[in-house]
Design a protein around this ligand. Structure first.
Ligand SMILES: Cc1ncc(COP(=O)(O)OP(=O)(O)O)c(N)n1
Ligand SMILES: Cc1nc(C(=O)O)sc1CCOP(=O)(O)O
Ligand SMILES: [Mg+2]
Length: 214
């Protein structure tokens, strides 16, 4: 089945391997079908172990696995793709390394010129944010909600909203045009991750028609 780039996009928290696996299992049981392994702290060998375990877990749930920043890790564990920021590996280099089937997402902050470059360079989705205060990344560049509607008008491509999104404010970015909501703390910081994932997924039920196939 062609994966629809729509709905909940979970961003993993920092922590030990066992906790990470438990948290991600709960998110996938709650319906999440797009997971980004983002780990700024662990040693490379632990990152490899975790990425391998997440690959296995995602296979069990038919969930796409993307790796943040690290192209080599993505290739080694046969992840479905990578998420790259403006200071990470350039998009064209990543595409050359991972091939045409890889999902590559690009951080565009609130900047349509960056989005245009990513669009022309063949990004599979464009990520905008942060839209709200983020405890995970407090110094992330802020973006205006209006950029989502502008991007909808300019690019026929899946759009991700990220940064401080929770169950109370998610409707704002969805109504503004986001196809996917990337969530860290408001998912993995909850006592019941499975139920919270289900609640985020439900936000997309009335607007499934907006899903764009990669
Ligand atoms: C879906 C999504 N959007 C944006 C980011 C941020 O990427 P980047 O700017 O490279 O910052 P770090 O995540 O590397 O701190 C993301 N990871 N995912
Ligand atoms: C990794 C990341 N990038 C951001 C950006 O704006 O580029 S905000 C962010 C953190 C996302 O986690 P939370 O849902 O806890 O805010
Ligand atoms: Mg990065």
């Amino acid at each position: 089945m062609l994966h629809k780039l729509t709905g909940l996009y979970a961003i993993t928290p920092e922590g030990d391997t066992k906790t990470l696996l438990k948290q991600c299992t709960a998110a996938l049981e709650g319906g999440c079908r797009l997971l980004q392994y983002r780990d700024k702290m662990a040693a490379p060998k632990d990152q490899l172990t975790r990425a391998r375990l997440l690959r296995q877990l995602c296979d069990d749930f038919d969930c796409k696995l993307l790796i943040n920043d690290n192209l080599a890790l993505a290739a080694t564990v046969q992840a479905d793709g990578v998420h790259l920021g403006q200071s990470d590996t350039p998009l064209l280099q990543a595409r050359d390394a991972l091939g045409s089937d890889a999902l590559i997402g690009i951080t565009c902050h609130g900047n349509l010129a960056l989005a245009n470059a990513a669009h022309k360079g063949g990004a599979d989705y464009l990520a905008f944010g942060r839209f709200f205060h983020s405890n995970t990344k407090p110094n992330a560049v802020a973006a205006e909600l209006g950029v989502l509607a502008q991007a909808r008008g300019q690019f026929n491509k899946p759009l991700v909203a990220i940064g401080g999104i929770n169950l109370d404010n998610a409707h704002q970015v969805i109504n503004a045009g986001a196809h996917m909501i990337a969530i860290g703390g408001a998912l993995f910081g909850q006592a019941n991750i499975e139920q919270t994932a289900r609640q985020f997924c439900r936000l997309f039920e009335p607007s499934r028609k907006n899903g764009i196939s990669p």
